[in-house]
Write a protein of this length. Structure first.
Length: 119
């Protein structure tokens, strides 16, 4: 029996092909990102944040979930130009939930204004 058979390995529910990377050096290039993260498997896409509020972050999308898991495990705390990487699995539901909360807060604020309710 082959113990390394990927199809028989059960992965935790948060594991997915998309990694969210924080604490990147602001000057890192996409090419440098491919060089570092590409060592763990084929990459579908890398998006490096370039806006004021997204600098130092990136999304790395792997072709294979096991490559993403391997990269996440090995690159957590990896030092690039004096910065220690924070590598997380991207969780869409957390982002969506946060956006929904913000939307609801806006709706409540509008209703309070419409009906003259003070805090």
């Amino acid at each position: 029996m082959n113990v390394n058979n990927k199809s028989s390995t059960r992965l935790p529910p948060e594991v997915n092909r998309v990694l969210f990377v924080r604490n990147l050096p602001f000057k890192i290039t996409t090419e440098e990102m491919y060089e570092v993260f590409g060592k763990y498997g084929p990459i579908r896409q890398i998006r490096v944040g370039n806006a004021t509020d997204t600098r130092g972050t990136a999304f790395v999308v792997y072709e294979d979930i096991y490559d993403a898991k391997n990269a996440c495990e090995h690159l957590q705390g990896f030092n690039i130009l004096g910065r220690y990487l924070i590598v997380l699995y991207y969780q869409q539901n957390k982002v969506t939930k946060k956006m929904n909360i913000q939307k609801k807060e806006e709706e409540i604020k509008e209703m309070k204004a419409r009906y003259g309710v003070d805090d």
